[in-house]
Design a protein around this ligand. Structure first.
Ligand code: PEP
Length: 259
């Protein structure tokens, strides 16, 4: 296993500033220097400042937003720019989560504009892709993943892509308790890496970390991380409790160190 795993907590619309601070106060003491794993927390926008304060002094945990606008400023009521995120201490931005696509109508072109902005300013995008159950049952997984990657990553710089993160999240596995099998995850990740190779070349594609997301828990992390193209996890439900999220971080780190 060559790529260091990256485990990210997507808290969605959970945890205001007080709850975020309480999580971090309980989570940080669980970590030690022997962990070989990048750790990212993505609280709601309003909890980023409190989270940054609570994390101060820890270089083991990075902060992410769950979304971002592609413009720097302007008449975009309710939106947040990359500069605002950086000012508050965010290093990552989750883009194109399936809930953003399905509920808020985000499409590949919009996600592409956001990813370009991240690269311009030096934020690391975590770009989500994944098929619905209907698409899987209709034999369209590769078509969907190819479209999301080709359009979502169009025109992006290979050097900056090498530092970027892709999250493969089959929509049918998100919040359902129905995890993809390690074989299903590996198959989709290998296909995504093949498309990334076509788009950016082998050297870059081999560096891009592809997270799996969809009902990841401490107990199923190792078998997923042990797959050659699974380089981490984007975690919703199981990231809401410090011990559970730490269990995922530890399992990923142990699997990486053993591999
Ligand atoms: C997610 O929201 O990205 C996710 C994978 O959620 P869960 O872990 O709850 O399935």
């Amino acid at each position: 296993m060559t790529r260091k795993p990256i485990i990210a907590a997507n808290w969605k619309m959970h945890k205001g500033p007080a709850d975020s601070t309480a999580f971090i106060s309980a989570f940080l003491p669980l970590l030690d220097a022997s962990l070989s794993c990048d750790i990212v927390l993505a609280p709601p926008f309003v909890s980023l400042a409190a989270s940054a304060s609570a994390l101060a002094g820890s270089d083991q945990v990075g902060l992410s937003s769950q979304n971002m606008h592609f413009e720097e400023k302007g008449a975009f009521t309710g939106e947040i720019s990359s500069g605002m995120l950086q000012e508050i201490g965010a290093r990552y931005a989750i883009l194109g989560h399936s809930e953003r696509r399905a509920i808020f109508g985000e499409d590949d072109a919009l996600i592409n504009a956001k990813a370009k902005r991240c690269h311009e300013v030096g934020l690391v995008p975590i770009i989500c892709i994944g098929e619905t159950l209907e698409e899987r049952d209709g034999g369209k997984i590769e078509e969907v993943l190819r479209r999301q990657l080709e359009k979502g990553l169009a025109g992006l710089d290979a050097g900056k892509m090498a530092e970027s993160v892709i999250a493969y999240e089959p929509v049918w596995a998100i919040g359902t308790g129905r995890t993809a099998t390690p074989e299903q995850a590996q198959e989709a990740h290998a296909f995504a890496r093949k498309v990334l190779t076509e788009l950016f070349g082998t050297e870059t594609a081999e560096k891009i970390r592809i997270q799996y997301g969809g009902s990841v828990k401490p107990g199923n992390t190792a078998e997923l991380i042990n797959q050659p193209d699974v380089d981490g996890a984007l975690v919703g439900g199981a990231s809401l409790e410090p011990e559970s999220f730490y269990g995922i971080v530890k399992a990923a780190s142990d699997a990486y160190q053993a591999g």
